[in-house]
Write a protein that binds this ligand. Structure first.
Ligand SMILES: *[C@@H]1O[C@H](CO)[C@@H](O)[C@H](O)[C@H]1NC(C)=O
Ligand SMILES: *[C@@H]1O[C@H](CO)[C@@H](O)[C@H](O)[C@H]1NC(C)=O
Ligand SMILES: *[C@@H]1O[C@H](CO)[C@@H](O)[C@H](O)[C@H]1NC(C)=O
Ligand SMILES: *[C@@H]1O[C@H](CO)[C@@H](O)[C@H](O)[C@H]1NC(C)=O
Ligand SMILES: *[C@@H]1O[C@H](CO)[C@@H](O)[C@H](O)[C@H]1NC(C)=O
Length: 546
C-alpha cells in the first residue's frame, strides 16, 4: 500500500509538463540552478542573530544578508537517517517508516532530485547522504531495538575535546574538505555548460562529533575536535553554561538519554565550556566549506542564476540538558538552520513561520516549475521566501501553523512526538498515557527548563488533541515497538551461538559485562512479554496512521 501510494506521488509529480515537449524545454531553460549544502548536527539557533555573538560564521551571515533566513526551522526526526529520509522524500517519519539509523528509504526511492532529473536538470550529489536503509553500526541498531528492555546501560564514551595545536590548520575534517573540493570541481565543469540547469547536493559530516576509539571496539562519536585556527573564531566569554535540572527532577526519558550518553556523572564548568567552544569551532569550519562553494559560484558568475540553500539534518546538544548528540526534541537538537538566497529570493528577510525539512522536497519542485503533488507532508518554502509567485498552484495551498517531529531511535526509551505551534512546544511519548508529556512555553522559557504540562492542563489537552489529529501516535509507537522486537529476534537468530559474545561487545560493553546474565534475562523478559495487538495487523497502511 505504501509503495503503491509512493509511486502515485512520483507519477503525479511527473505529470506536467511532459518531458521532451517544447513547453517543458522552455520551462527548464528558465529554471535556476540549485545548490543545497546540508551539514550534520548544526544547531539552527546559531543562525538567528546577525554575526552570532559566540562564533564567527561569515558565510552564514552572508546568506542572511543576501537571502531569506527561516527562524523556526525544525528537523522531522532528530537523527541522521530518519531526518534525511524525510528531507529526500518530503514525507513525515511515520510515513517513510524510517524508524532508526538502520532503516531509511529504499535505495531506488524517487527523491526530489530524481524528479528534477527527469524534468531536465543535470544532477549531482557529493558527500554524506545517509537516507537509505542498511547503514550505521550494529550497536546503533541493537540499542534502538532494545530501548524498551528494563535495563539502563551507558553506551557512549564521555564527551571530550581534542585540540590540534596548530594555528594554521584549516582542514581538520579532511573528508568533508575533499567532498567540498569535488563539488567545486564539478561546478567549474558545469558552469561552462549552460544547456541545462543543474542541482548539486553537498552533504557534510561536520559539525558532528568525531569517533572516540578509546571507548572500545564499537565506539561512538563523542570527541569534539578542532584546531587552534578554528578555536580562535570562538568568543569564549560569550559561551553560556547551560542550566541543568537536578538528576531527580529530570523527565524519565531525558534521564535515560543522559545516562545512556554517559553524561550523568560530574562535569566541571570548564569541561562544559570547552566542549561548547570546540563545537562552535567545528561550526566555523563548516561555515568555511559553505563559503568555498559560495565563492566558487561567485567567481563563475553563477550566483545570479543559482539558488543556494543551507540546512542540516538536526542540531547538537553540546551539553545542554546534560546531553550531547541529538535524539531529543529540545531546541539544541531539533532546531535546524535553513537559509536560501539567489534569483527571486527575498533579500535580508527573516521568516518567523514554522517550517521543517519535509518542505525541501516541494520547494525543489517549485523552483524547477514542476507541479507539487498534494500528498507530501511539506509545503514549498517559496511561498514565504520568493519575491514573486513562482507557481500559482502553491500559493493556494495554505501552510499549516505547526510542525511535527518524531523520534523512534536509540538513546530515548519511548517514541517521542513534538508538536511545535506559535509559542508552545508540546512533547508526547509512547502511548500518550504511560509517560508524562512535556510542555514548554518558548516565549518565556527559551531554555526549556520548566515543564508546565500539569500546570496548564487545558493547553496540554488541546495540543494533544491537535497532535492526535495529525498522527495516531499511540498506534505508531505500538508499530515501532513491534518492529523493534521482530528485528531483534531476527538478528539474534542470525547470530546463532555467537549471540552472547556479540551482544556483550556493543557500545554498552563496559556496563554489560558487570552483570551479563542479568542483562540477558531482562532481554528474555522483554521478548516473553505479550505482543501488542498491532502485531497481528499485517495490513498496516499509510492511512492507518492518520
Ligand atoms: C524498488 O525496488 C523494489 C525491489 O527491488 C521494487 O519492488 C520496486 O518496484 C522498486 N521501486 C521503484 C520506484 O522503482
Ligand atoms: C563513561 O564515562 C566514564 C567517566 O565519567 C568513563 O570512565 C567510562 O569509560 C565511560 N563509559 C563508556 C561506555 O565509555
Ligand atoms: C553538459 O550538458 C550535456 C548535455 O546535457 C551533458 O551531456 C554533459 O554531461 C554536461 N556536462 C559537461 C561538463 O559537459
Ligand atoms: C526510561 O528510562 C528511565 C530511566 O531508567 C525510567 O525511569 C523510565 O521508566 C523509562 N521509561 C520507559 C517508558 O521505559
Ligand atoms: C560465529 O563466529 C565465528 C568466529 O568468528 C564465525 O566463523 C561464524 O561464522 C559465526 N557464526 C555466525 C552464525 O555468525
Amino acid at each position: 500500500m505504501l509503495l503503491l501510494w509512493v509511486s502515485a506521488v512520483a507519477a503525479s509529480a511527473l505529470a506536467a509538463p511532459t518531458p521532451g515537449t517544447r513547453e517543458h524545454e522552455m520551462r527548464v531553460a528558465r529554471a535556476p540552478n540549485v545548490v543545497i549544502i546540508a551539514s550534520d548536527s548544526f544547531d539552527g539557533r546559531l543562525t538567528l542573530q546577525p554575526g552570532s555573538q559566540v562564533v564567527r560564521l561569515p558565510f552564514i551571515n552572508f546568506m542572511r544578508a543576501r537571502g531569506t533566513t527561516f527562524l523556526n526551522a525544525y528537523t522531522n526526526s532528530p537523527i541522521c537517517c530518519p531526518s534525511r529520509a524525510a528531507m529526500w522524500s518530503g514525507l513525515f517519519t511515520h510515513l517513510t517508516e524510517s524508524w532508526n539509523n538502520f532503516k531509511g528509504l529504499a535505495p531506488n526511492y524517487t527523491t526530489w532530485m530524481d524528479v528534477m532529473e527527469k524534468h531536465g536538470y543535470q544532477t549531482q550529489k557529493f558527500g554524506k547522504l545517509d537516507y537509505t536503509s542498511g547503514h550505521h553500526s550494529i550497536s546503533n541498531r541493537v540499542e534502538a531495538w532494545t530501548r524498551d528492555v528494563a535495563f539502563l546501560l551507558r553506551q557512549e564514551g564521555r564527551p571530550v575535546v581534542n585540540l590540534i595545536p596548530d594555528k594554521d590548520r584549516r582542514r581538520v575534517m579532511e573528508k568533508d574538505w575533499q567532498n567540498t573540493d569535488r563539488a567545486i570541481g564539478w561546478l567549474r565543469q558545469e558552469a561552462a555548460n549552460d544547456t541545462k540547469p543543474f542541482v548539486l547536493y553537498l552533504g557534510l559530516n561536520l559539525p558532528h562529533p568525531y569517533p572516540s576509539p578509546s571507548s572500545g571496539e564499537n565506539f561512538g562519536a563523542s570527541t569534539f575536535r578542532t584546531s587552534l585556527y578554528w578555536l580562535e573564531k570562538v568568543a569564549y566569554d560569550a559561551i553560556k553554561i547551560p542550566k541543568w535540572l537536578a538528576l531527580s527532577e529530570m523527565h524519565p526519558v531525558d534521564y535515560y538519554s543522559s545516562y545512556t550518553k554517559n553524561c550523568t556523572g560530574k562535569f566541571t564548568e570548564e569541561e562544559i565550556k570547552n566542549i561548547r567552544a570546540f563545537y562552535y569551532a567545528m561550526c566555523a569550519e563548516t561555515d568555511a566549506m559553505l563559503g568555498e562553494i559560495i565563492l566558487t559560484l561567485r567567481e563563475l558568475d553563477l550566483l545570479q542564476k543559482t539558488i543556494v540553500i543551507y540546512t542540516a539534518d538536526h542540531g547538537e546538544m553540546a551539553m545542554e540538558h546534560r546531553q550531547f548528540y541529538k535524539m531529543s526534541m529540545y531546541e539544541a537538537s531539533a532546531h535546524v538552520p535553513l537559509l536560501m538566497m539567489g534569483p527571486g529570493i527575498k533579500v535580508n528577510v527573516q521568516v518567523p513561520n514554522l517550517v521543517s525539512l519535509v518542505d525541501i522536497y516541494p520547494t525543489m519542485l517549485d523552483i524547477a516549475g514542476i507541479a507539487v503533488p498534494q500528498t507530501l507532508s511539506g509545503y514549498s518554502l517559496l511561498t514565504l521566501s520568493s519575491e514573486a509567485s513562482a507557481n500559482e498552484q502553491t500559493r493556494k495551498i495554505p501552510r499549516l501553523p505547526w510542525v511535527l517531529s518524531e523520534f523512534h531511535g536509540c538513546n530515548a526509551n519511548a517514541s517521542t512526538y513534538m508538536l511545535r505551534t506559535d509559542q508552545w512546544k508540546y512533547i508526547a511519548y509512547a502511548d500518550g498515557a504511560s509517560v508524562q508529556p512535556q510542555l514548554f512555553d518558548l516565549s518565556s522559557d527559551p531554555d526549556e527548563l520548566t515543564n508546565i504540562a500539569t500546570e496548564f492542563p487545558e493547553i496540554t489537552y488541546s495540543l494533544d488533541q491537535k497532535l492526535r489529529s495529525i498522527i495516531n501516535y499511540p498506534k505508531v509507537s505500538a508499530s515501532v515497538h513491534q518492529y523493534n522486537r521482530k528485528q531483534f529476534i531476527t538478528w539474534k537468530q542470525s547470530m546463532g551461538q555467537n549471540y552472547s559474545t556479540a551482544i556483550a561487545h556493543l557500545r554498552w560493553h563496559q556496563d554489560w559485562q558487570k552483570e551479563p546474565w542479568k542483562n540477558e534475562n531482562a532481554i528474555q523478559q522483554w521478548l516473553a512479554a505479550h505482543p501488542s495487538p498491532v502485531a497481528k495487523d499485517n495490513k498496516r497502511t499509510f492511512l492507518s496512521y492518520v
